[in-house]
Write a protein that binds this ligand. Structure first.
Ligand SMILES: [Zn+2]
Length: 297
């Protein structure tokens, strides 16, 4: 979000997401675990599917100490799915994904998969700008810190019910890709934090649509991201919409997929009008375009 440029870069760090990969983990009780991709990378999103010969009751996952909530689609009582977010700055390596739970008849199930995380391919950009843009004053730093803390508290709460249903969409009409995800900016020689969302340059006033059904968790002006809306989609999934010229919703509103939540603008620390779109899954910052692609088919 920091001093976001508005150029449309290539979308980086995306994994090709196709059909579910073949069995990638071992389960007890004759169940199988599959992942949407055999290898992941920083900032990516994986779909996990557990299939059992018997109807499933509750399943829950553990991914490096963060929980992975599972859901069941109507009419598919032997299958449950969950989303694993690989944070943008998670160190490359191999990680354990554990899933435990039971069948409807009370038989225990446990699954384990090793998930390889590769380094993401993100751009670095060096900028030299006037110091007033680089150094917020102490009051602004305090405000930004408080806002960051509040956002963290929001992203930390996982609403237990799944509020979304179906595909996710890009929030702007007629747009399928955006840039800058994971880009690291070096401002006057100082490395900043990586850019945690995707930027879509657009004309001020362009309607911004909810990526899926959700409840408004935040709708206000923030220091870095200007007029901002955060939508809670349930199960620890949040989408973030920044730099809006206008906010058309309030906290607590339930929005349908595609509802207009505001308009594109250039509020906050930006160089020009664009939408900053972010996605967090159980606190992991991931490329939001991945959730669109995962449920495309
Ligand atoms: Zn941005």
């Amino acid at each position: 979000m920091w001093f976001a440029a508005v150029c449309l870069g290539p979308s980086l760090g995306l994994l090709p997401v196709g059909a579910m990969a073949k069995e990638a983990g071992n389960c007890t009780a004759g169940a199988t675990l599959r992942l949407s991709a055999p290898v992941s990378s920083q900032g990516s999103l994986l779909l996990v599917e557990v299939k059992s010969p018997k109807p499933l009751a509750e399943l829950k996952g553990d991914w490096g100490g963060r929980s992975v909530p599972f859901w069941q689609d109507a009419g598919r009582e032997r299958v449950q799915r969950g989303l694993v977010g690989v944070d943008l700055e998670k160190a490359a390596g191999t990680y354990d994904l554990k899933v435990t739970g039971q069948t409807a008849s009370g038989e225990k199930i446990s699954c384990r998969a090793m998930v390889a995380v590769r380094k993401g391919r993100f751009a670095t950009e060096s900028l030299h700008v006037e110091n007033e843009f680089v150094e917020p004053n102490p009051e602004q730093i305090k405000r930004a810190d408080e806002e960051r803390q509040r956002l963290r508290e929001i992203f930390d709460r996982a609403t237990p019910e799944r509020l979304w249903n179906g595909k996710f969409r890009v929030p702007l009409d007629g747009v399928s890709t955006g840039g800058n995800f994971g880009k690291r900016r070096i401002l006057n020689g100082k490395p900043g934090s990586p850019h945690g969302g995707v930027d879509f340059p657009a004309i001020t006033g362009t309607p911004v649509h909810a990526a899926q059904r959700g409840r408004v968790a935040l709708a206000e002006e923030l220091f870095f991201s200007g007029n901002t809306v955060v939508l809670d989609h349930g199960l620890g999934i949040y989408t973030f919409y920044g730099h809006l010229s206008e906010i058309d919703v309030k906290v607590g509103d339930d929005l349908e997929a595609g509802a207009v939540l505001g308009k594109v603008g250039a509020t906050g620390r930006v160089t020009g009008p664009h939408l900053h779109w972010g996605l967090t899954v159980e606190r992991a910052r991931v490329n939001p375009l991945q959730i669109v692609r995962l449920f495309e088919n």
